[in-house]
Design a protein around this ligand. Structure first.
Ligand SMILES: C[S@@+](CC[C@H](N)C(=O)[O-])C[C@H]1O[C@@H](n2cnc3c(N)ncnc32)[C@H](O)[C@@H]1O
Length: 284
């Protein structure tokens, strides 16, 4: 396991992913019943953007750095607020030094009745996570292969919630693992919301992934893609996507308001674009 998220924290892909996660969590909070978020590839949870790793790539300057200022306006500001407030709360003043990863973001959004399970396999990152959430009875940190959680940990006892699957894509076969993992998880817990993040490095691999998802015969799948520039296969990362299963009903309308603003803010040259595609209908 060589992947270290510290090099990429706060980049365009994190902004895209974390805003969608925050929208889903905000939706779950509309009902008083408790829910659980299961983050199967949680990372260390918190990032210093002045660290050697973050400075070496500078990726965050093209991501969260473009969103914090100038301030967003209108609907986009309101929709991004749960995520952006969580980012602001870990920083002093208007500047930005720290960036909350998915478990820190989700934790910041939970109500007292809600729970987070954060799973991480890298022993150093798992240890960092454990220390961060020590004594927090709402959060359970587990050092484990996140793919196993899609079996054993589902459904959670709350019977409501979100499973975030955000693997590093450093090994061959990650798209197949994602699609097969979703199928297994959905059989165990058809009512859960699932958010699966992936990079788009090869357009044909993305198309095959979509075919595999459709073949899985799971209803209510939405695939959201986002590019900061015109895509070139095999080039530096210029796009990514999020598959959402059982999306909250307002999500597509929210994304229609948010994504044009995120695209314009984080565009790097020409060809920045996004798409929200329904892969499978409400009922099969
Ligand atoms: C993309 S990063 C996660 C970023 C995090 N979800 C966020 O949004 O802040 C992927 C993480 O998965 C971890 N990882 C790699 N293989 C894993 C596995 N089989 N199970 C759980 N975690 C794994 C890596 O150590 C890395 O921290």
């Amino acid at each position: 396991m060589n992947y270290r998220h510290a090099f990429h924290a706060g980049n365009f892909a994190d902004v895209f992913k974390h805003i969608i996660v925050a929208r889903i969590v905000e939706y779950l909070k509309q009902k008083p019943a408790a829910f659980r978020v299961i983050d199967t590839h949680a990372g260390p949870g918190f990032y210093d953007l002045t660290s050697d790793e973050a400075q070496r790539t500078g990726e965050w300057t093209g991501g969260v750095g473009r969103i914090v200022s100038p301030a967003l306006a209108g609907d986009a500001a309101a929709l991004a607020a749960p995520w952006l407030d969580a980012v602001r709360r870990v920083n002093d003043g208007d500047g930005i030094q720290y960036y909350p990863g998915s478990p820190a973001l989700v934790r910041a959004l939970l109500r007292p009745q809600d729970r987070l399970t954060a799973i991480e396999l890298h022993p150093v990152d798992a240890d960092t996570l454990r220390k961060r959430f020590e004594g927090d009875f709402q959060t359970r940190v587990i050092e484990l292969d996140g793919w196993l959680a899609l079996g054993a940990h589902l459904p959670p006892k709350e019977k409501r919630g979100l499973v975030l699957v955000d693997p590093p894509f450093e090994k061959e076969g990650e798209f197949e693992r994602l699609a097969d993992g979703l199928k297994k998880a959905h059989q165990r817990w058809p009512g859960g919301v699932y958010a699966l993040w992936y990079p788009i490095k090869d357009a044909r691999a993305h198309a095959r992934f979509r075919d595999r998802l459709v073949e899985a015969a799971i209803p209510k799948i939405v695939d959201v893609t986002f590019f900061i520039r015109a895509h070139v296969d095999g080039g530096p990362l210029d796009g990514c996507g999020m598959v959402v299963v059982n999306p909250p009903y307002p999500l597509e309308a929210e994304l229609a308001a948010l994504l044009p603003v995120l695209r314009d803010r984080m565009a790097d040259g020409t060809g920045a674009t996004f798409d929200v595609a329904r892969l499978t209908p409400e009922r099969l």
